[in-house]
Design a binder for this molecule. Structure first.
Ligand SMILES: [Zn+2]
Length: 304
């Protein structure tokens, strides 16, 4: 054991053992452990970047991903943004033609590579929206801009979010927020891309704090670093999901970065199971048609 390990807390050390297993189980707050709740699964896919580098590699990867998603078990699919790369408008038609083969409802949010006008034209006219499914309210919110890697909220978006959360509490719904760019600070050795204080970070957290215990997860794409997240706003976990096209390892855990980063950096989709007392995330590498148990990256232990 080297000297730096002495500074590692028990909780961090425990998490590090979990990284080796490649899956993750996020505890739900007790207030969200509704009696009579029926667990269900859905699929998260992100950062497909169709048209990247003006070749057809991302398109071929999306076809493979769609074949996997069609087979995968899950009620619906959430796409966390960067559908196409660099606003290549002609790629939306290719994306949609393949998407039709998934055979499940698919709900996207734009990323910084999806200009809002193109997203609205090809994917969904009403960009900020929500859907309720089996006791969970999915809030789909655009917080990216094409001219920045950072995230941004407007006053009216945060007001709308506050209203949605108030309404959801009255209806007894759990909340999952889907926004492309994380709000959580993540400076060096991490990407450094997040909603900066002057762009709505503090107000967002004020809304989150006002609804403490109601929000189970804040889900993002954008990072291409496998599953990477933070739980210091627990019970709300803030999680970046892997790209289905490419991911890189930034050695975050080795460098003592806060939060967690699963040791799986192949292109993946993620199966999310909302259980009665935990959210389970399982990475599925794309193209593994018959995933063995070891490739399911399944873990049922909890982080704390
Ligand atoms: Zn992005």
């Amino acid at each position: 054991m080297n000297i730096s390990m002495n500074a590692v807390t028990r909780r961090t050390a425990m998490r590090r053992t979990l990284f080796l297993s490649g899956g993750l189980s996020l505890p739900l707050p007790i207030t969200l452990r509704a009696s009579g709740f029926e667990p269900f699964s859905f699929i998260v896919v992100s950062d497909t970047h169709l048209g990247r580098k003006d070749n057809d590699q991302a398109e071929r990867q999306w076809r493979k991903t769609v074949a996997d998603l069609a087979r995968a078990d899950g009620d619906l699919v959430i796409h966390l943004g960067d559908v196409v790369d660099g606003g290549r408008e002609e790629q939306y038609a290719i994306y949609l033609e393949e998407r039709a083969k998934i055979g499940k409802p698919v709900h996207e949010i734009p990323g910084n590579h999806d200009p809002p006008d193109l997203f609205a034209r090809h994917i969904r006219p009403e960009i900020d929206t929500f859907l309720d499914h089996k006791g969970v309210r999915f809030v789909l919110l655009n917080n990216s801009r094409t001219d920045s890697h950072d995230g941004f909220f407007t006053e009216s978006q945060l007001g709308w979010l506050d209203q949605l959360l108030t309404d959801a509490a009255e209806s007894g719904l759990r909340i999952l927020l889907c926004i492309h760019v994380p709000v959580h600070p993540n400076r060096h050795p991490d990407r450094g891309w997040f909603v900066k204080p002057e762009h709505g970070q503090e107000k967002f957290y004020e809304v989150l704090d006002a609804h403490h215990g109601q929000v189970a997860g804040v889900f993002h794409g954008h990072f291409h670093n496998g599953i990477r997240g933070w739980d210091d706003r627990a019970p709300a976990h803030e999680v970046c999901f892997p790209s289905a096209l490419y991911n890189g390892k930034r050695n975050l855990m080795e460098q003592g970065a806060p939060g967690y980063n699963l040791e799986e950096f192949r292109p993946c989709f993620t199966r999310v199971t909302i259980g009665t007392d935990a959210i389970e995330l399982v990475c599925h590498p794309i193209g593994e048609s018959e995933p063995s148990e070891s490739k399911l990256w399944k873990l049922v232990s909890q982080l704390k």
